[in-house]
Design a protein around this ligand. Structure first.
Ligand code: AHR
Length: 566
């Protein structure tokens, strides 16, 4: 391997090159990074009329309790509440009520504090017990009694539990022994210790921090589009007081989300990660329906309002909502994507241009990302970047390392490779595999080398809950209490210094060169200059290539560099 270290031959990699793509898929948000422990906290999961208390269950039987959902809430956008009728006069303590197991169990840890908020109403004074119990209800980690005479109108209850035991599959229980009717709504239980106090699950966010992401693309993916527009992500429904957020059914990945992780929280997360926010909004297109022409006008207004929410002054119409949410300072939103994978839709071009013109006029500095692939032919519409997604088997992803080498440098929009991964077309990836990660590493080496025309790149999907995998493979696997990175996650840690580094041309002289990819980057801190050489072998002779590499590299000495050989 020859590295040309002359500065004339070197080039700077964009500071923003490697980042994250977050999608609400696989419970990445609801039950994942959003630390809310209660699932279906507002009882809205069944829609405005249906009765659905899932995943809650009843404690007791038909002789002691009757529950149903009713349009009885004090929250107008969130109208469903639970009506719980207790039928016994002197029910045995703890034997009648409801429980919520959260997302396949709540991880309650001894010594930690948990904040409960809920709203209750009753015509009679209430005597309730709220507790954190093991999944069989036998172990009591924490409990509190609520005795209240003043609940004839909706009353907000707030208290903190400190757990005196640990159980990774806990449930939240609400029980009573008194005959009567109680309405319950908006039940939230959050650990008091979240990342930067902003509601994010710490251990999962630490795994993101360790990748040093330069950007955060959110909130999807197909999640942005929906199977039908009525189930697409609507940012306005997610901002403001959380109790007024109706939540929605993500019909692409088939689960309900309370939208606790909403537009504001995504902007906050990007800030907390030190990453540029990249906001993907719906382009008036879902998988099964679309709007265009004048029917698109409200979508364009929504997009403009979303930018004002992020960047407007605290006195502006939407900036004031952000300020009321707790962030008077502006969020530095510089990138927006018009839709997700929508270029194939016949209305996309016209829709895109409506968004483009409106945003360009109001916010000339915002970088606008098109869904159409500019790598195969020049775009027929103006854009600052084009979105590029690739999921293929390992050998094809490996070959894609050269994809951007052969594109003519015309000064047109640059690529945003916002979703890449080895998929399971050939069974290469399983639920994460070394082979997949090596092919992806080779692909990323190609992106480093072509970072004059590739501006940003992110792996997809980022997270999967082990209890309910909707898309495999993923970078990070978690459940209620632990998490691990797949090889594709750890592979990305070898690229975390690449953003903003200097890349040097390399030449490989090897009988294996067809199945190797290599790059050399340098970067500095205050005292040192660092060199990182990455050589990736991918072939059926993988092991022997790797062994030969080791044999070849180890006798060499590197002068003038602190050598870190991985
Ligand atoms: O990453 C999973 C899905 O793959 C995304 O939602 C979509 O954009 C792509 O098809």
């Amino acid at each position: 391997l020859q590295v040309n270290t002359s500065w004339e031959a070197a080039s700077k990699i964009p500071q923003i090159l490697f980042g994250l793509f977050f999608e609400e898929i696989n419970h990445a948000g609801a039950g994942g990074i959003w630390a809310e422990l209660v699932s279906n906290r507002g009882f809205e999961a069944g829609g405005p009329n249906a009765s659905n208390i899932d995943p809650r269950k009843i404690i007791g039987d038909e002789s002691s309790i009757y529950v149903k959902t009713e349009r009885a809430s004090c929250f107008s956008k969130n109208i469903i509440a639970l009506r719980m009728e207790v039928l016994c006069d002197e029910c045995p303590a703890g034997s009648v009520g409801i429980y919520n197991p959260g997302f396949w169990g709540m991880n309650i840890e001894e010594g930690k504090a948990y904040n409960l908020v809920m709203y209750i109403r009753s015509m009679e004074p209430v005597e309730l017990t709220v507790s954190l119990k093991s999944s069989d209800g036998l172990q009591n980690m924490a409990s509190a009694d609520i005795v209240d005479n003043n609940v004839s109108y909706w009353r907000k209850i707030q208290l903190q539990f400190v757990a005196k035991g640990t159980c990774i599959t806990s449930r939240f229980e609400l029980t009573t022994f008194k005959r009567g009717v109680i309405w319950i709504d908006q039940v939230s239980l959050m650990p008091s210790d979240t990342y930067k106090g902003h509601g994010f699950r710490k251990e999962l966010i630490h795994m993101l921090v360790d990748l040093r992401p330069q950007f955060l693309r959110f909130p999807g993916g197909c999640f942005v589009e929906g199977i039908s527009l009525r189930n697409a992500f609507r940012w306005k429904e997610t901002v403001g007081p959380w109790e007024e957020s109706p939540g929605h059914y993500g019909d692409v990945w088939n689960y309900w989300t309370d939208d606790g992780l909403g537009y504001y929280e995504f902007l906050q997360l990007a800030e907390d990660l030190g990453a540029e926010p990249i906001w993907v909004f719906n382009a008036g297109i879902s998988h099964n329906d679309e709007v265009n022409g004048t029917a698109l006008t409200p979508f364009v207004k929504d997009a403009l309002d979303s930018i004002q929410f992020a960047r407007g002054s605290a006195e502006s119409a939407w900036g004031s909502v952000r300020a009321a949410n707790g962030h008077p300072e502006k969020f530095p939103l510089k990138y927006v994507a018009v839709g997700n994978e929508d270029c194939v839709n016949s209305v996309y071009h016209g829709n895109y241009m409506q968004f483009y013109k409106a945003i360009r006029e109001a916010y000339p500095d915002i970088q606008i990302i098109s869904n159409c692939d500019g790598s195969t032919k020049p775009l027929d519409h103006p854009a600052d970047l084009y979105d590029f997604h690739v999921y293929k088997k390992a050998d094809l992803i490996f070959q894609m390392k050269d994809k951007f080498s052969n594109i003519s440098r015309t000064g047109g929009p640059k690529a945003f490779v916002s979703e890449y991964a080895v998929n399971n077309d050939a069974g290469d990836a399983g639920s994460g595999s070394l082979l997949a990660s090596l092919a992806e590493a080779a692909f990323l080496i190609g992106l480093e080398q072509n970072s004059d025309i590739v501006h940003m790149a992110s792996y997809a999907p980022l997270f999967v809950i082990a209890n309910d995998r909707r898309w495999i493979p993923d970078a990070i696997v978690f459940n209620s209490w632990k998490q691990y990175g797949t090889p594709s996650y750890w592979m990305q840690t070898f690229f975390r210094e690449s953003s903003g580094a200097v890349i040097h041309p390399v030449r490989l002289a090897s009988s294996y060169s067809d199945s190797l990819a290599a790059s050399a980057i340098t970067w500095k801190d205050d005292e040192h200059m660092f060199l990182r050489i990455k050589i990736v072998p991918v072939s059926s002779g993988l092991q022997s290539a790797a062994e030969k590499m080791e044999a070849l590299l180890l006798p060499y000495s590197f002068t003038g560099f602190d050598l870190a050989l991985h």
